[in-house]
Write a protein that binds this ligand. Structure first.
Ligand SMILES: [Zn+2]
Length: 87
């Protein structure tokens, strides 16, 4: 795995947290599996397929925000991996 920010190479392991902001909605996704945080610069690197799946997960929330008039929510999504690590 190579860091896209600084070029450091490292093993893919563990989980990451990503924040998605679109259409005024803020979605924080915690415990994304198959991810790594670069030991050199702290940039989170996701497996491409995993990143796509997370994108599919948060997409409906952004679509909701575009077609509804309620205030934009702040959403938090947690994968079980994050709970396992915290425990
Ligand atoms: Zn890096």
């Amino acid at each position: 795995m190579e860091c896209l920010v600084c070029g450091e190479t490292f093993e893919m392991s563990g989980v990451a947290t990503q924040v998605y902001r679109r259409a005024g909605v803020v979605v924080t996704v915690t415990g994304i599996p198959a991810a790594s945080v670069c030991p050199n610069c702290g940039n989170a690197v996701l497996d491409w397929e995993v990143a796509q799946q997370v994108e599919d997960l948060v997409q409906p929330l952004f679509r909701w925000a575009e077609s509804h008039t309620l205030p934009k929510p702040v959403v938090s999504i947690t994968f079980p991996e994050a709970l396992a690590i915290a425990a």
